[in-house]
Structures are given as structure tokens and as C-alpha cells.
Design a protein. Structure first.
Length: 163
């Protein structure tokens, strides 16, 4: 008889809706490859209204959270520390749970800006970007604008469905 190991470290992606997310499959495959057999990554459908209750029920097994809309901006009042880039962008897509002396600290960061810049550089971008268009006005769009500024684009166009 085999027994399933109980995860001693947890992480998850939160958002609404979230059922479509491939994050659990990707993260759990990475954990397995790295030999992190006691780690688990799940998806939780959490609305902005449900976020405070979800955060309150988290115990010290939680390592961190990935956030998608609509939570990238609504997480900020619940964070103990906000990375300056996440504060400027107005969106945190990553929360790291730190524990010390029986208390928990939630640290929010925005990894989207770095990811966008690094992806474009890896794809061969070496010169400044003269023009660009960003579709949408959410947290990822804000991160894309910050990335474009870092890449030298002074006046990107932002295209949205409504004001």
C-alpha cells in the first residue's frame, strides 16, 4: 500500500476565475524535478472580497502566492512590505510568506516587469524600443508599461475596451 505524502510547504496561484491556470501543473512538475517532494502548488478561486479571509486562514506551511487579476492590485493593503517596483506599478503578482518569532510577514513583489524585459532581451532585442502598444489596463498592462519604459519606449500606446 502506498500513502500520499503530505505537503509541508505550500504555494498557490489565487485569482478569479482561476480554473484555466496551468500554474499548478508547471510548479508541481518543477518541484518534482527538483526533488521537493514535500511541496505542493494549487490554484484557489479567490475574489477581492474573499482575499482577507483566505490570507487569515494561511498557516506557517505557506511559502508564497502567485496572484492574477483581480488580486494583483487588491493585495497591496494586506502586505507588510511592498517591493518599490510593485508599489510604483500598483500591482504585486508574487507574495512571499516570511516567518519569524511566531509572526508572519507578507512581502509583495512584481516579477512581471523583469520577466517582460528579460524575455525581450533573450529574444534578441538590443536597441531601445521606439514604439509599442499595450492591450489592456490591468496589473500586467501596468507592468508592461514599466518594462517598456525600462527598454526606452517614451510614449507607448495603451489600448483598452472602455475608459
Amino acid at each position: 500500500m502506498t500513502t500520499k505524502a503530505v505537503a509541508s510547504r505550500r504555494a498557490a496561484v489565487l485569482g478569479h476565475p482561476i480554473a484555466h491556470s496551468l500554474s499548478p501543473a508547471l510548479h508541481n512538475a518543477a518541484y518534482a524535478e527538483l526533488g521537493l517532494t514535500n511541496w505542493a502548488y494549487d490554484a484557489h478561486d479567490v475574489t477581492t472580497e474573499q482575499l482577507p479571509e483566505f490570507l487569515a486562514q494561511m498557516d506557517d506551511s505557506w511559502a508564497g502566492l502567485s496572484l492574477t487579476m483581480p488580486l494583483k492590485s487588491s493585495i497591496q493593503p494586506h502586505l507588510d512590505v511592498i517591493d518599490p517596483l510593485a508599489e510604483v506599478v500598483g500591482a504585486a503578482n508574487t507574495v512571499i510568506c516570511q516567518y519569524s518569532g511566531g509572526s508572519r510577514m507578507l512581502v509583495g513583489a512584481n516579477t512581471d516587469v523583469y520577466g517582460i524585459v528579460a524575455s525581450l532581451r533573450t529574444a534578441g532585442l538590443t536597441a531601445a524600443i521606439n514604439s509599442a502598444a499595450v492591450l489592456g489596463a490591468g496589473g500586467t498592462a501596468a507592468a508592461a508599461l514599466a518594462a517598456l519604459a525600462e527598454l526606452g519606449c517614451a510614449e507607448p500606446q495603451v489600448l483598452v475596451r472602455s475608459r
